[in-house]
Design a protein around this ligand. Structure first.
Ligand code: C2O
Ligand code: CU
Length: 480
């Protein structure tokens, strides 16, 4: 099976698009600083280089991505979500250690918002960093159609530390020549059984060639967010060696990257910092380097400016206060991931019944399982006491990578190793000091994560390859 390729045009053909001026997305209905209104509605987007070919999308306030929501750490925010779609929805604030009732998970933490209905989300983000928001009902469809946006929580850097601060929501779309979403690929069971639904068109911030601005010597912060349903992407800055300063919103000690950058699995974020080098008028390509061919995903257009000298270091971002796992007294649990193409389930529990693999797929569209349970069960995977440290051993017995996301908490990645010999080694490099909310578990890999279950409520744990989530890789736990 050939991997779905990103077929977008390369650098040399992109010069026209590169001349477009960058647009800043502002809250379109903000009545005061921390009050937002998000209408989930139908809209049109210009995703292709041929700017006249518009795509029918679902979008927050008519735009994909939706408005960049910026809030200060520790400040309350109110967001009224109005559902103008024909199907129920809800909004999840991915990565925010939030009050459980505001987590936005349809049928777990709230009733979905019916068409015509609305819901007010009110929360105070405890951590600064890069987060995002997206629907949590039929996410595989609603996200793919364009419902997502960046959520930036300020407070991890000194004022003026960055001359430019951009969020970049990276997405792949499955589009026909006409620009229309290829509807027949939504819900394709074949995609669900494989890597998930991969697109053929890459956009940054909903544009075929997003163009940011910076002057030579400017210190730039780029907040990459992988908003794709299933594609693992890798981003870098041509001719630059940025520092990686945060993963999934949480700071790490600045780590130098090469120009091929950093791998970002679905739902993950990576914050990059660098000083712009070049002469005004230049377009520095932002590159996607996961495939055999490097793709130009957008540009940083060098404008007239300070021409400050390039600096050789960057300070670490200010850390958030996160609870430290107590490994000596941890509760240890396994999460066995199974199913999918090449290693189909022979049997699993589904809604309280033992069902054979064939029937699971044909009748229930279930293809994957956690601990041989397909989909959400009535009972939680486990129940923890508030303050308890949980060590989860994620064992990927499938032939596919999975981006496992834990709601409401950030975790440490402790060890990794191949399933073949079971030898787990402490993680090194950028993940050593990271607190993540989503971790990529490769085929036949085992990863141990640890977190303090300190936030009471019902929390999901699922694969963020959204087709996998929809077809079985979803569970929940509770903290009492
Ligand atoms: Cu980003 Cu359960 O989701
Ligand atoms: Cu998965």
């Amino acid at each position: 099976m050939p991997k779905q390729m990103l077929t977008r045009r390369l650098f040399l053909t992109g010069t026209l698009a590169a001349l477009c001026t960058p647009s800043f997305v502002m809250p379109s209905h903000a009545s005061s600083r921390n009050n937002y209104k998000l209408a989930a509605q139908k809209g049109k987007a210009s995703l292709l280089e041929e700017g006249n070919l518009l795509t029918d999308v679902w979008a927050y306030n008519g735009a994909t991505p939706g408005p960049v929501i910026r809030v200060k750490k520790g400040e309350e925010i109110n967001i009224e979500v109005v559902n103008q779609l024909d199907q129920p929805t809800s909004v999840h604030w991915h990565g925010i250690r939030i009050d459980n009732t505001m987590d936005g998970v349809s049928n777990l933490t709230q009733e979905p918002i019916p068409p015509g209905g609305s819901f007010i989300y009110r929360f105070t983000p405890p951590d600064a960093g890069t987060y995002w928001y997206h629907p949590h009902n039929r996410t595989w469809e609603q996200l793919a159609r364009g419902l997502y946006g960046a959520l930036v929580v300020e407070g991890d850097a000194a004022t003026g530390e960055f001359d430019r601060d951009y969020s970049i929501a990276a997405d792949d779309w499955q589009l026909a020549e006409s620009g229309a979403i290829r509807e027949e690929t939504l819900g394709s069971l074949r995609d669900w059984a494989h890597a998930g639904r991969l697109g053929n068109i890459l956009t940054l911030n909903g544009k075929p060639y997003e163009t940011l601005e910076g002057a030579s010597g400017d210190r730039v912060r780029l907040r990459f967010i992988n908003t794709a349903n299933a594609r693992i992407m890798r981003f870098g800055i041509k001719g630059h060696e940025p520092w990686l300063v945060a993963l999934d919103g949480q700071p790490i000690p600045p780590t130098k990257l090469s120009e091929t950058g950093i791998t970002i699995a679905p739902a993950q974020r990576a914050d990059l910092v660098f000083d712009v080098q070049g002469t005004s008028g230049d377009n520095v390509p932002i590159v996607e380097t996961s495939g055999a061919e490097t793709l130009v995903a957008g540009y940083l257009n060098i404008v007239e400016g300070s021409n400050r000298k390039i600096r050789t270091a960057t300070p670490a971002l200010k850390a958030n206060k996160l609870p430290q796992p107590d490994l000596a007294n941890a509760t240890r649990l396994d999460l066995l991931m199974s199913g999918g193409a090449m290693r189909f389930l022979t049997q699993a529990t589904y809604k309280g019944e033992e069902v054979d693999g064939r029937k699971l797929a044909r009748t229930h569209r279930q293809l994957w399982a956690f601990n041989l349970q397909a989909g959400m069960a009535d009972a939680p995977l486990f129940s923890a006491k508030s303050g308890e440290t949980i060590v989860l051993k994620l064992v990927n017995e499938t032939a596919w990578p999975h981006a496992i996301h834990l709601h409401g908490h950030h975790f440490r990645v402790l060890t990794k190793g191949p399933r073949s010999n079971g030898q787990l080694n402490p993680v090194l490099g950028e993940e050593e000091h990271a607190y993540r909310d989503t971790v990529l578990v490769e085929r036949d890999e085992i990863i141990e994560i640890a977190f303090v279950a300190d936030n009471p409520g019902k929390w999901m744990l699922h694969c963020h390859m959204l087709e996998h989530q929809a077809s079985g890789m979803a569970t929940w736990f509770e903290i009492v």
